[in-house]
Write a protein that binds this ligand. Sequence first.
Ligand SMILES: Nc1ncnc2c1ncn2[C@@H]1O[C@H](COP(=O)(O)OP(=O)(O)OP(=O)(O)O)[C@@H](O)[C@H]1O
Ligand SMILES: [Mg+2]
Length: 254
Amino acid sequence: MDIIEISGVSKAFLAGEKNVLALSDISLTITEGEFVSIIGASGCGKSTLLRIIGGLEKKDAGEVLFEGRHIQGPSRERGFIFQDIRLLPWLTVEGNIKFSLPKGLENAEKLIAEKLEIVSLKGFEKAYPKQLSGGMAQRVAIARALVNQPKVLLLDEPFGALDAITKLKLQEEMLRIWEREKITMILVTHDIDEAVYLGNRVVVMANHPGRIQKIYTNEMGYPRSRISPEFNIHKGIIYKEFFGDQEIPFAYAI
Ligand SMILES: Nc1ncnc2c1ncn2[C@@H]1O[C@H](COP(=O)(O)OP(=O)(O)OP(=O)(O)O)[C@@H](O)[C@H]1O
Ligand SMILES: [Mg+2]
């Protein structure tokens, strides 16, 4: 079943005197249970697209449907994980997660405990954000998004600020959560390795105006090997989307 249908979406912003076309005629249909990676150069509209799907931003034109209905605004059915983690420093881990739940929910404690276990943070319920490492804080953010039992998770460069090893661990956890909870994942990333390792499809976006350049299906099954020749073939295809047949120029940053 199609869970998200995006057709002909455009969005412009006024930046100073200039009108920036952040998204131009974006069409993308996502099937329930997919893990879709979105990758592209800085400023090509990835966050804007994710925010429109999340109902945090309005589009100028086109249609975005969630389970066949127009998206009107944010919903607990579509969880958001931001790059900057945004935990409330005056609340404990438990308090931060509870804060995102509807007030007075009867089984809140049980739900929170369950999600903390999923992200391997059992025993840290009473810790405050300043007592956590970056990776732990991002785990809390993941638990906070999961506690509302979303059908879709929108992840905006969730591991971008983490060190390489923590990032790999959290990628594994995301896959575990995806397989266990059957949540549809839409992950925005700068990282080709991450996009290819996680996504069953990789959407490559281009800049000026922000648009879809290519939608690539990664046929590799899960679990995937990061060091297999097959994985490198898929990665190479995405590299070529960005850089063509040339070696990557040093100055080019994505
Ligand atoms: N609220 C806003 N007001 C004005 N311009 C905006 C706003 N949000 C985004 N833009 C512009 O829209 C374009 C796309 O921005 P967006 O944040 O979606 O890019 P991105 O692909 O997520 O980039 P990055 O990889 O750096 O996070 C950029 O040119 C940006 O300047
Ligand atoms: Mg962004």
